[in-house]
Design a protein. Structure first.
Length: 318
């Protein structure tokens, strides 16, 4: 099904590339595209990678070629979201990149606000903002929770940011990233694993110099009932375990290059290693603990209090 010929109508100088991987999202892609259209200018391009969809995703996306001037549509065989994102990165022309998942929503003027900040300070590598999680049931949309940067506002050095913030803001869709940061440091999405944002986030934090926190809720993460997010099979759990084993080994390699235990970056990477190890146990032994794990990951104190105790008990039994 390989078809990499882009649909594009305008080749003005591009400042931002929005990259959207899409797989069998015929029921949700329309709301995402409408929220994107509300934010477009002549200097923003949209790269949508159809990752081997077998429903009507391709046809639904292609109708937007008449509404979006700078639109690339890439059709490839199913290779996973990491491959789709990497494909989008490989052709992106923007000075900055934003990764948006099909089905999610962005607020009006998100890019106007962000790009104004980024254009006025060349030191900023990454801009981050708040997101809210919404559960979609048969009747309505219900606000579930928010994922945010508590009390932060403005520009921070990497170490200053890590000193003040939780260490689990992994979703890639809360970051607008300078493309040169990824290119120069060869940062991409590891293909063939699940929860790939974990490694991407770790690599991103180890390489950036300055980050800007915009304390506004500009993104909505929509959890669709009966999706892979809400239903986990034994086979999927096995794949998650394998993915976190890979993540553990990768982060262990990063740690070998860091030898200052007092350094905040060392502590952050070590914490991400602990997250990978704990996730393996949760997926292997008790899926019912997963929701508690996710909640605890957002609070280091809670994590240390609850899950370190759980790990001690686990290893003591062995």
């Amino acid at each position: 099904m390989e078809d990499q010929k882009p649909i594009m109508k305008n080749n003005n100088e591009i400042i931002l590339s929005i990259i959207i991987p899409a797989y069998n999202v015929e029921n949700t892609i329309e709301r995402t595209m409408k929220s994107v259209i509300n934010n477009l200018t002549s200097r923003i391009e949209v790269i949508l990678v159809n990752d081997g969809s077998v429903d009507n995703t391709r046809q639904m996306v292609e109708k937007y070629s008449n509404e979006i001037n700078n639109l690339y549509i890439i059709n490839q065989n199913n290779q996973g979201s990491s491959s789709a994102r990497n494909k989008g990165m490989s052709i992106a022309k923007g000075e900055f990149l934003y990764f948006l998942d099909a089905g999610d929503l962005i607020e009006n003027d998100i890019f106007k606000k962000a790009l104004e900040i980024l254009k006025n300070d060349i030191e900023i590598d990454v801009l981050t903002f708040n997101s809210q999680t919404i559960y979609e049931d048969e009747v309505d949309f219900k606000l579930k929770d928010t994922r945010h940067v508590d009390g932060l506002n403005g520009k921070f050095s990497r170490d200053s940011y890590l000193n003040q913030n939780f260490w689990n803001l992994t979703p890639v869709w809360i970051y607008i990233i300078k493309a040169s940061l990824l290119k120069n440091n060869k940062i991409n999405f590891v293909e063939g694993i699940l929860a790939e944002d974990n490694l991407f986030y770790t690599n991103l934090m180890t390489k950036l110099s300055f980050i800007y926190v915009l304390p506004e809720t500009l993104h909505s993460y929509i959890i669709v009932k009966n999706s892979i997010t809400t239903i986990k099979t034994k086979e999927q759990n096995k794949k998650f375990v394998e993915s976190f084993v890979y993540t553990q080994k990768y982060i262990e390699q990063i740690l070998k290059e860091k030898d200052k235990e007092s350094d905040i970056l060392y502590k952050f990477i070590n914490y991400r290693l602990l997250v990978a190890k704990t996730a393996q146990i949760i997926y292997q032994e008790n899926q019912g603990l997963l929701s508690q794990l996710i909640m605890a990951f957002r609070n280091k104190v809670l994590f240390n209090r609850y899950f370190l105790g759980y790990l001690k008990q686990k290893f003591k039994k062995n």
